[in-house]
Design a protein around this ligand. Structure first.
Ligand SMILES: *Cc1c(COP(=O)(O)O)cnc(C)c1O
Length: 475
């Protein structure tokens, strides 16, 4: 007679028995009994379900059950939001958290967040103060802007601007600038959600001053919005109207010109061959307000910065929405520290990671790639070479403009490089690298030499998993 499910179910080890085995596993020492119990129950439940749904006809072997419980218990205790070794060469990678913070910024975060702090308190006067005062002073000093505000991110900055200035009115935007930023975030949706009506002008590739002039005669128009074409570039027969000309028109018609710069660089990136609208330039050219992300080219924490006239910024500060997008104490600490560094741009290039990565020279990168190759290799079955490659600013900055870089290119004699790419990002030290023409590229622009040992370990583990060899790490 064949065994029915009830008999097979009885052959699944009891919880207490598995817990007894788990108590002898060294890796599980120190984990709380509750966590072990939970992991054991989860694993045994899965086995029960598999048997009832006829995916298996007997329980796994005891040692496999224990291995599953061990893995589950460790997985449950491990944070899923973890550091990543960015070998893509994309300096501002939105999926990888954009700007790594400067050490000075991190120190301030820890110092002020682990204790009470004078977030909204003036210790001299002994009374309540505005949390943004230090940031506003730094921003206005650095840029010469009349007034400043910082909110949760640039999308929030734009939403606040549109709500406060254009609700139930119209916003003029060129059809060539109605961008989608990524993650299905569209400028047109933000404007609509703010209760403003979009007045599209021009064509996809050409918008002229005459188009703005005509549109601004509409009595419902309250803002002219200029948007930086962040993540794409138009070439060929294309034309847009610059801020300077728009500002002149705006003054004639009594309409504020607002510019969403996207990235907003504080320093001149011309030496790198990157054309990006500089924050100071945009203000000098007469935009009444500008907004940009703090975690793109500026290299700070996630925030949206607004700079402009008192007239505009005061309306934003006093709007009820401002409270819903305000910055928390950790962000403020990091932002203040990064702004303090930015006061001395020459020195900041060595201290703000994004600036440092962007300004690495070809010679430095080549030397780093050689050093990384020597550090990693030789690995039997893999061929490592140093090759010139192209890295990018990313994060919607300087689209289509590459930064020459160097990479360690990995080739496999058995052509399983795509699998290696997958294995590399599944290691405990996650490595994200780029596949190109049967090669796996480790672009050194975005790899910190401090990460070399972890990178080597991940590569060794990943490769050995692929070829099924025992892992031996030499130190
Ligand atoms: C990146 C970007 C945004 C969105 O900024 P977040 O800080 O991610 O909200 C908005 N507009 C432009 C032009 C951008 O490049």
């Amino acid at each position: 007679m064949s065994q029915g499910p009830p008999d097979i179910l009885k052959s699944i080890p009891k919880v207490e028995k598995v817990l007894g085995w788990a108590a002898k596993v060294p890796e599980l020492k120190g984990l709380s009994p509750a966590r072990l119990l939970k992991s054991t129950r989860l694993v045994l439940n899965d086995i029960r379900t598999d048997i009832l749904e006829k995916r298996r006809d007997q329980p796994p072997k005891d040692e496999d059950i224990l291995a599953a419980v061990t893995k589950k218990a460790l997985d449950l205790s491990r944070a899923q939001f973890r550091p990543v070794i960015n070998a893509t060469g994309v300096v501002l990678h939105t999926n990888l958290g954009r700007a790594p913070l400067a050490k000075e910024a991190l120190d301030r975060v820890i110092l002020t967040a682990q204790s009470y702090a004078n977030l909204e308190y003036d210790p001299f006067l002994g009374q309540r103060a505005d949390r943004l005062t230090p940031i506003i002073e730094l921003l206005t000093n650095l840029t010469g802007a009349e007034a400043a505000l910082a909110v949760n991110n640039n999308a929030a900055a734009l939403f606040l601007l549109m709500t406060a200035l254009a609700k139930d009115r119209k916003v003029v935007v060129s059809r060539g600038e109605l961008v989608e930023i990524g993650g299905s975030f569209r400028l047109s949706d933000i404007i609509e959600a703010a209760g403003a009506q979009l007045l599209e002008i021009g064509s996809t590739n050409q918008t002229r001053l005459a188009d703005y002039k005509k549109a601004s005669l509409d009595p419902l128009v309250s803002v002219i919005l200029k948007v930086h074409a962040s993540n794409f570039r138009q070439t060929g027969y294309a034309g847009e109207v610059q801020i300077e000309e728009l500002a002149k028109l705006g003054r004639e018609r009594g309409l504020p010109v607002i510019a969403d710069l996207g990235s907003g660089s504080f320093i001149d990136l011309e030496p790198l061959g990157l054309r990006e609208t500089n924050v100071n330039e945009a203000l000098k050219h007469g935009a009444e307000a500008i907004c940009f992300s703090a975690d793109k080219l500026f290299g700070g924490p996630q925030a949206g910065i607004i700079l402009g006239s008192h007239h505009i910024v005061d309306q934003l500060k006093n709007h009820p929405l401002a409270r819903t997008v305000r910055l928390d104490k950790m962000c403020l600490a990091a932002l203040e520290a990064t702004l303090l560094l930015a006061q001395d741009p020459k020195d900041a290039i060595g201290r703000i990671p994004v600036w440092r990565l962007l300004f690495k020279t070809s010679e430095e990168l080549k030397a780093e790639a050689r050093r990384l190759k020597r550090f990693l290799g030789p690995i039997p079955g893999l061929k490592l070479t140093v090759i010139p490659t192209q890295s990018q600013a990313g994060g919607g900055a300087a689209p289509e403009q590459n930064l020459p870089s160097f990479a360690v290119a990995i080739e496999s004699l058995v052509n399983n490089v795509p699998l290696l790419e997958e294995k590399l990002r599944r290691q405990s030290a996650i490595v994200v690298a780029r596949l190109k023409n049967d090669q796996l590229l480790l672009d050194v622009r975005t790899i910190d030499p401090k990460e070399y040992p972890a990178l080597k370990e991940s590569l060794t583990f990943a490769w050995n998993e692929l070829v099924g060899q025992p892992v031996v790490i030499a130190d």
